[in-house]
Design a binder for this molecule. Sequence first.
Ligand code: PPE
Length: 326
Amino acid sequence: MGMQSKYIWMNGELVPFEKATIHFLTPALHYGVAVFEGIRSYNTDKGPAVFRLKEHAQRLIRSAEVLGFRTLPWTWEEVAEAIKDTVRINEFADCYIRPVIYLDGGGWNLNIDNGKPSLAIAVWEWANYLGEEALEKGVRANISSFTRHHPNVMMTKAKISGNYANSALAKTESARLGFDEAIMLDPQGYVAECTGENLFVVRDGRIFTPPTVTVLEGITRDAIITIAHDLGYEVHERPISRDQLYTADEVFVCGTAAECIALCEIDFRRIGSGKTGPITRSIQRVFYQAVRGKLPQYESWCAYVNPPLSSSLDQTTSVASLGASS
Ligand code: PPE
């Protein structure tokens, strides 16, 4: 995966890619005291559109507050504008967007109040997070030997960088065992989420997903629940056990990076037909059109990066008419 881009936004400046570096003595690197977002921008008929920009920008700010930052120099609206600027200037058709608020300039002794927050935003091309054939064939998963965080140990509603050491342990183990993704159980032993995705189970035509107490309140999860309802499916949030995964008709996962992908095998047990199932397929079809602004009922989820054509036409008209009257 190439991560090269033209510019990275750093504390209000667009810095050329090679120059976007930070000092070794940045506490965020030592203690994981940073928060991040994962967002996608998709090419649409009206140019690049950031999917659910408002929700992502708001979650970034909330994550920073959960981590303990008390005064932040940016509002979510300013973060959203900075994200659009970064997408626009880098000119990718589709890209993944990674804003990070990190503890900088002091902050040693493990006290966040001794440092200050910095914000940086990078974009890069990140297709096929779970592999090239994932959308067609689904992927293979294992139940991790590592437990997901207890919500009083790490704050699972916040995308705190340090939380992701837990995901890295699980994902690396999973890959070394020959799987594509790991499913993590919560401290009580119920299904929580994958290392970077929320999880859904389909059984007898109904859809189930774990409640949000121990997992990230995924923005894709929210979009999938809306789409599933609109397609006429019942969606229930309730605890799910490991063997309820084994006996499901379909299991699928979703997240910004992974998008919406079926799990065709879990712990060497085939799930349903062993291929992407019909309900997963119907949700995928709508989801992948919605993110590209092709469905009017979900267009409010798309934040277009370029000004609308009509407003630039208005400007041209007014400039022209000014010229004519002078
Ligand atoms: N759970 C976890 C633990 C998680 O990291 C993500 C996103 C989700 C659920 C889905 O959330 P949402 O993107 O709002 O639908 N994981 C991000 C990071 C992945 C990475 O490898 O880095 C992502 O998908 O951007």
